[in-house]
Write a protein that binds this ligand. Sequence first.
Ligand SMILES: O=C(O)CC1=CCC(=O)O1
Length: 92
Amino acid sequence: MLYLVHMVVDIPETVPADVAQETIAREKAYSQELQRGGEWAEIWRVVGEYANYSIFDVENHDRLHEILSGLPLYRWMTIKVTPLAKHGSSIR
Ligand SMILES: O=C(O)CC1=CCC(=O)O1
């Protein structure tokens, strides 16, 4: 199943810089492992924002929830999930 996911990151100013940097590094490793495995199909930066749009290709809702709730930055994110279905006009 395909999902479009919008993630907005807002790390509170009270979080020490070293904790923020270590969490961001873990986020990158976590994301890249899932990209290599194919479940995190695409990630795009939203220009000018600490936000991204990502495409996930996962088995079901439960698996997507497992992935998203395991994000190291999860507690500082606002996430919106849009499930995608094939468009009748698509030629792919
Ligand atoms: O920087 C972001 O948009 C948050 C994020 C998700 C995966 C990653 O590596 O960073």
